[in-house]
Design a protein around this ligand. Sequence first.
Ligand SMILES: Cc1cc2nc3c(=O)[nH]c(=O)nc-3n(C[C@H](O)[C@H](O)[C@H](O)COP(=O)(O)O)c2cc1C
Length: 206
Amino acid sequence: MNLLLIETSPNGEASASREVSRYLVQQLEHEISQVTKRDLSVDPLPHITGDVVEAAFTASEKRSDRHRELLQQSDAVVDEVIAADVVIISTPMWNFSLPSVLKAWLDHLSRAGRTFSYSSSGPVGLLDAKKKVYFIISSGSRFSSGPFAAWDLATPFLKAVFGFMGVPSVEVIRVEGTNHQIGRDSAVQAAKDQIDQLFSKERITA
Ligand SMILES: Cc1cc2nc3c(=O)[nH]c(=O)nc-3n(C[C@H](O)[C@H](O)[C@H](O)COP(=O)(O)O)c2cc1C
């Protein structure tokens, strides 16, 4: 099984989202043959420029060497996701949404002809619907319920983009309330407990 791990937190070892993604990778370890990692906090992708849009919307057989060069990073992002059986996206919430490095990664991933296509009845997702996507999201406040639930724009957005690309369900693991309501370590523990429950449920239903 190929695993792709995308991380964005700039908090290094202290990061709550990274601690939980490490734990999730450990739970999957026995099934994994290859791990590919992208640390977007260290190696962010460039924002999409007009040249890149033009290259992406030029039919592949008509692309120039310059077009191909412009699409290299986007192609690598797409190839990694296509090759992965499991994708773990681990990120803090920033301003009720995603850090811009993760948005940029999604902009490179969402490619007509590669991850989705247009048809007479609308867009069609081209990613394997069986691909398992885990979304680990840490946040200072609590968003699973309560007064701020509707303020989480990150989770519906990520689910929508993957749904658009053909992956109908995303497993969301929240590391929530790290700042005050719950506290970092308790929030991390609750997320690890959620992962334990997930895997014990999968073992029962397998
Ligand atoms: C720039 C910035 C924006 C943030 N925006 C939010 C937010 O909108 N809502 C929230 O609950 N927490 C917000 N936080 C807090 C982080 O989501 C929280 O501290 C999280 O646990 C950090 O995870 P990490 O340790 O994996 O980086 C923000 C933090 C930063 C640095």
